[in-house]
Design a protein around this ligand. Structure first.
Ligand code: DI6
Ligand code: FE
Length: 395
């Protein structure tokens, strides 16, 4: 007799996310032992378990993964939103010292404890939608101490809630006011001091390659420094203009290039060759009223894996709903149901360089159990939440 599992969820329908679509198993069961999945398959062949949960035919997916957020930050940009409604553009506001720098001022003034407390409601909203892994970027500190403070606050969130946190150092998010006129001086600080100090606190390094951010040359230095310190890289690329950032990121073996509305064919080919995930952020597309859609069909044709994330941030995507991000991915970007679901599970895991996002033996037993009759319902409804239960590390 095989040893019984710790827990067994039976009488379920599974979207395992294996293969190239949903990997559906009707009349399925999942077992967990020691926090990892120990069985996935037909109900009839399931092992015995210390605790057995009857799912009454509900659907089980892997716990969802939000692979791009700026969840830790202080303050609000509601007034800036109002100014935009009255005609100002995001870039005008940023150039006038508002935008990202307004959040930087508030974040530098906040203590680590205050950053944790203000991020918790946003994190809890994601958790309430079945999210079990969240990536969180720094980037509103822009000094050594404040960037590390943000990363520590992000890591602490994983101690006060049952959620996996992956951190990305985004020190190259904006030029801090004290380096106005000397952005290269700030890049030197990022490469020579902040990146080395973030080793152990950051799981990856990100940067904002953009007309209002950093040039491709400056970005190249940051990504090279990260790789030299053994840290994988990601990049905010081609969000507002085509800086050829995705191809640059791909040259550094990036896990993902994110946004990509202005991505060109050469960028797509470079991403395909390096296995870089395209992380699409429809919340930012919506909120900034971006006119151009990412080249989804060309990404598909090239076989570039697509992830979807909230980009939860106070300036361009004040949204902490992964389900809404999926709905927007379908409506705005014409992603299919399978693409939306793979975008917040298996491909999101890949964008973070982690093992997970599928229902397979040996993977973390992170599950979302849904009150739905078809997986399309997770993408179809607007501002609805059919989560029945969430399982983190088998619990
Ligand atoms: N792109 C974005 O959409 C966010 N950062 C970035 O590089 C915006 C961040 C903000 O406006 O606060
Ligand atoms: Fe972002």
């Amino acid at each position: 007799m095989p040893t019984p599992a710790d827990k067994l969820w039976r009488n379920a329908r599974l979207a395992t996310m294996t293969g190239d679509r949903l990997g559906v198993i009707e009349h399925g069961a999942v077992a967990a032992t020691g926090g990892a999945i120990s069985y996935v398959g037909p109900d009839a062949g399931a092992p015995d378990a210390a605790e057995i949960i009857d799912c009454d035919g509900r659907w089980i997916t892997p716990g969802l993964i939000d692979c791009h957020t700026h969840l830790v930050h202080a303050g609000t940009r509601a007034k800036e939103f109002e100014a935009r409604l009255n005609g100002a553009t995001y870039e005008e506001i940023a150039r006038a010292g508002g935008g990202i720098l307004a959040t930087v001022t508030a974040t530098c003034a906040a203590s680590e404890e205050e950053l944790i407390a203000s991020a918790l409601p946003r994190l809890d909203q994601l958790i309430g939608e079945g999210v079990t892994t969240v990536e969180i970027k720094s980037g509103y500190g822009l000094t050594l101490d404040d960037e590390l403070k943000m990363l520590r606050a992000a890591r602490s969130l994983g101690k006060v809630r049952n959620v996996r946190i992956r951190t990305s150092l985004l020190a190259a998010h904006a030029v801090p006011p004290e380096y106005k006129g000397d952005p290269d001086g700030y890049i030197d600080l990022v490469c020579n001091e902040i990146i080395p100090a973030a080793v152990g606190l950051a799981d990856a390094v990100d940067a904002f390659c953009e007309g209002i951010g950093f040039t491709p040359e400056q970005t190249d230095h940051v990504l090279a420094a990260a790789v030299a310190h053994g840290l994988p890289v990601k990049l905010h690329a081609e969000q507002l203009s085509n800086q050829h950032g995705a191809a640059l990121a791909a040259r550094h073996g990036a896990l993902s290039a994110d946004h990509l509305e202005h991505l060109d064919r050469a960028g797509i080919a470079a991403m395909a060759a390096s296995g870089t995930v395209a992380t699409l952020l429809p919340g930012a597309f919506y909120f900034t009223r971006e006119a151009r859609r990412p080249p989804v069909q060309a990404l598909r044709d090239a076989g570039v894996p697509i992830a979807i994330a909230t980009d939860c941030n106070p300036g361009t995507s004040p949204m902490a709903s992964i389900l809404l991000a999926m709905n927007m991915g379908a409506t705005f970007f014409r992603l299919t149901v399978a693409e939306c679901l793979r975008g917040v599970t298996v491909n999101a895991a890949r964008a973070l360089g982690i093992d997970g996002g599928t229902l397979q033996p040996g993977k973390p037993a992170d599950l979302a159990i849904w009150d739905i009759s078809d997986p399309a319902e997770l993408v179809y409804r607007i501002a609805a939440n059919p989560l029945h239960a969430r399982v983190f590390a088998g619990q």
